[in-house]
Design a protein. Structure first.
Length: 147
């Protein structure tokens, strides 16, 4: 067992879970590609290009702007984290949030006009929770640095 840990760098359970996750991802990939293979490949390539050429520069510029507004402050992460989570929710649910899916109500029987309000509410709650954590950290004072 110690030889495995020296060779692999982690426990046997970690290796087993890693292999199981690769097997699950491979199974999902095979199932996904059995339908419209070209469409799936184009979607993955398009998503990578969109992220690397459009989204990454946008949020890098936004992050630099916030850093310049609050220079040298460790509280920058209290803006980054809720903004990231809100953006991730928007990225995943944008057709419903922006009401770009006309057949949603017919297909599911659920109303499609509630997603924008709920996304705004979740975003507000994320920023309020982050502000509360920042306030607690500020009130409790700085933590001692480990030696």
């Amino acid at each position: 067992m110690s030889r495995l840990r020296r060779w692999y760098g982690a426990s046997a359970l970690h290796l087993l879970l890693l292999l199981a996750s690769f097997a699950l991802a491979g199974y999902a990939g095979v199932r996904l590609l059995t339908g419209n293979t070209l469409g799936v490949v184009l979607w993955f390539v398009g998503a990578a290009v969109l992220h690397d050429l459009v989204l990454l520069p946008l949020y890098a510029v936004a992050d630099r702007a916030v850093q310049r507004l609050v220079p040298g402050s460790p509280s920058i992460n209290h803006v980054r984290v809720p903004a990231f989570l809100s953006g991730l929710l928007l990225l995943v649910w944008w057709p419903l949030i922006l009401r770009r899916v006309g057949h949603y109500t017919a297909a599911t029987g659920l109303p499609a006009d509630v997603f924008l309000g709920r996304w705004l509410l979740v975003t507000a709650c994320l920023f309020i929770a982050s502000a509360a954590v920042l306030l607690l950290r500020t009130c409790l004072g700085p933590r001692p640095t480990p030696p």
